[in-house]
Design a protein around this ligand. Structure first.
Ligand code: HEM
Ligand SMILES: *[C@@H]1O[C@H](CO)[C@@H](O)[C@H](O)[C@H]1NC(C)=O
Ligand SMILES: *[C@@H]1O[C@H](CO)[C@@H](O)[C@H](O)[C@H]1NC(C)=O
Length: 387
């Protein structure tokens, strides 16, 4: 008897609280300020279902990597490409042959036909796709999504993407040329929390070897684990030969043998880039690195700001359409605080930050040390090389 008026009041309350007077409700229920974003809600779902298979695994990882490699083709001081413009795909015949882009062809084989099918530019496919992909990773921040980038007009030149064997000064200089401080670089490197390698050491046993023990979680483990003393090479050393053609075909990438991009890692199965390790002890980055190791929330928020800047390189966001409402909120972090993997403890930390000691409060996960499993490739409907 008294239910009806209460429901009516509740509905009135919802209407009054909707985001803007001009808001549109898309077919799937997403509420957007600009009705054009409903198209992108559909693209979001297609990305999740057809490219990522709804998980934070290899295809999300590869998409976040190409988002960096495409965008960083940009300079404040000279002509080095149009930034986050999709030139990595549009001019793939040029850019995919650059040494630092080794393995990027793997995601381009999916992403190019996908973008052509749904009718979006490659620049949008890469940056919007990365925002959607990250929304599947526990602990990731929600990335704002701007769309409307025009087609790329030229290839980026070689040398814009840092290599793991470059020394920190060289990497800082390249990042500064694109507008990023060493601290912002460390903030971007939270991406290595959801990362693995295939091309630095092409040995079969380390195909897909991750950079931390939790590659499907956007967490601060990568910052903690890179600070641990290196004790082993997960393959058979830093100077491996080429994999067999059969293995290469399965992995769908071509390999170069980058000799010194790797340094010893703390855990069997885990892979460590030389550049990451050197940032942990360099006096311009060690404290930012440690700060990220010690706070999941700070790491996520730092990354959100830096990644947003990256995804807009070469563009003025006033000229793009903000469709951030269609990006869903990522699952919460699996833990609030990094932990020492089984068998590791405070004494294994190599202190880099000169002004703040690493605290003794982090705990060690229970159990016996076991090798970190490799990240597997995902089979999806898109792709020229699908078997
Ligand atoms: C100092 C700068 C950087 C260097 C030297 C570097 C180097 C590398 C290398 C060598 C790999 C392994 C690639 C392979 O063998 O398949 C890798 C993977 C990756 N990188 Fe970086 N990177 C840097 C910065 C970044 C940034 C700024 C981002 C994103 C914001 C990023 C995202 C990724 C991701 C997501 C992967 C994993 C890809 C996958 O698992 O398929 N990297 N990086
Ligand atoms: C980008 O190029 C493609 C293929 O040439 C074309 O179909 C599309 O309309 C272009 N998009 C924009 C936004 O210019
Ligand atoms: C950082 O280290 C370099 C050499 O490794 C040194 O020249 C420089 O003075 C140091 N800077 C600070 C602020 O300690």
């Amino acid at each position: 008897m008294i239910a009806a008026p209460i429901i009516a009041l509740a509905l009135a309350g919802i209407a009054a609280a909707s985001p803007t007077p001009a808001a549109t409700t898309c077919a799937d229920g997403t509420i957007v300020a600009n009705s054009q974003c409903c198209f992108w809600a559909n693209v979001r779902d297609r990305f999740k279902n057809e490219i990522f298979l709804n998980v934070c695994q290899e295809n999300v990882h590869s998409l976040v990597r190409i988002a960096f490699h495409d965008a960083i083709g940009f300079s404040l001081n000279s002509e080095k490409g149009g930034g986050a413009d999709g030139s990595m795909i549009q001019f793939g015949a040029t850019e995919l042959n650059f040494h630092a882009n080794e393995g990027i062809d793997f995601i381009v084989d999916f992403l190019q036909p996908f973008a052509d099918t749904v009718g979006i530019t490659y620049g949008d496919a890469i940056q919007f796709g990365a925002a959607v992909g990250l929304s599947l990773c526990p602990g990731a921040p929600k990335i704002q999504a701007f769309v409307g980038r025009p087609n790329a007009t030229r290839a980026a030149p070689d040398g814009t993407v840092p290599e793991p064997f470059d020394d920190p000064e060289k990497i800082f200089a390249r990042m500064a040329d694109a507008g990023f401080t060493p601290t912002e670089l460390i903030h971007l490197l939270a991406s290595h929390s959801i990362a693995d390698q295939a091309g630095v050491d092409p040995e079969d046993s380390v195909l897909g070897a991750p950079f931390d023990s939790t590659p499907f979680s956007f967490d601060s483990q990568v910052f903690l684990e890179t600070m641990l003393v290196g004790v082993l090479f997960p393959g058979s050393g830093p100077n491996q030969g080429m994999s067999s053609p059969a293995v290469l075909a399965v992995r769908r990438v071509t390999y170069y043998n980058v000799l010194s991009g790797e340094v010893s890692s703390p855990l069997p199965g885990e892979f460590r880039l030389q550049s990451d390790k050197r940032f942990t002890v360099h006096n311009q980055t060690a404290c930012a690195w440690q700060e990220n190791a010690l706070s999941q929330a700070t790491m996520a928020s730092n990354f959100q700001t830096a990644f947003q800047k990256l995804s807009l390189l070469g563009f003025n966001k006033a000229n793009l359409l903000d469709c951030s409402e269609v990006i869903t909120t990522p699952p919460p972090a699996t833990q609030k605080q990094a932990f020492f993997p089984p068998g590791k403890r405070h004494v294994d930390i190599e202190q880099g930050c000169a002004t703040k000691a690493f605290p003794t409060t982090l705990s060690t996960a229970a159990g016996t040390p076991t090798p970190i499993p490799a990240v597997q490739v995902q089979d999806i409907p898109f792709g020229r090389r699908k078997k």
